[in-house]
Design a binder for this molecule. Structure first.
Ligand code: NI
Length: 184
């Protein structure tokens, strides 16, 4: 048996850990619990893993469920490393924006660090932006919607090698997102 194949148990362990850490948080602009975002990102990963074999599936799925835990909760890196191993903790750290940098540099810095990680971590970033390219909040001005799409194209270009399946899906979502730009 391949230890890198994902298991229901490794999913449940990471999901519970994330649910507890993000408890009380909601999806911005909605009353929906934040865990929904993590569920969607991990769902995108599972769909990709069924098409692309040979991945460290446990690394991909646990990193997906935990990808916002260092950025958005007080959970320390050491605790993630102790519970899920250093590969997951390092991956999540790469997916975490460095708040000490100017906001305009944070995405490029994170993408640079993600590219130094195994491809499973790039998959999580692709899945994250796929999930976030839903209808933008009504209060977003047109230029913000446009720059969010441009940022998605930057993510696509930087990480498409990590998963052709997710890259194609992200490109589709970028294309559909164009409708929200025209509508403004
Ligand atoms: Ni996210």
């Amino acid at each position: 048996m391949n230890p890198h194949r994902w298991s229901q148990e490794s999913y449940i362990t990471a999901y519970k850990f994330a649910a507890a850490a993000h408890q009380g948080q909601t999806i911005p602009g909605t009353p929906l619990p934040y865990i929904m975002h993590l569920s969607f990102v991990s769902m995108e990963i599972i769909a990709a893993l069924s098409e692309e074999r040979g991945r460290d599936e446990t690394l991909a799925i646990q990193s997906a469920l935990l990808h916002d835990i260092l950025e958005d909760t007080p959970t320390p890196y050491e605790q993630v490393a102790a519970q899920f191993g250093q590969a997951v903790a390092d991956g999540v750290l790469a997916l975490t924006k460095n708040a000490a940098l100017p906001k305009s540099e944070q995405m490029a810095d994170s993408l640079h660090r993600i590219r130094q990680q195994p491809p499973e971590i790039g998959m999580v970033k692709l899945a994250d932006r796929i999930t976030n390219l839903q209808a933008p909040p009504p209060h977003w001005p047109a230029d913000k919607i446009r720059s969010y799409q441009e940022e998605a194209i930057t993510i696509y270009a930087a990480l498409k090698h990590s998963s052709p399946y997710l890259a194609a899906r992200l490109w589709y979502k970028i294309d559909v997102y164009q409708n929200y730009i025209k509508a403004n």
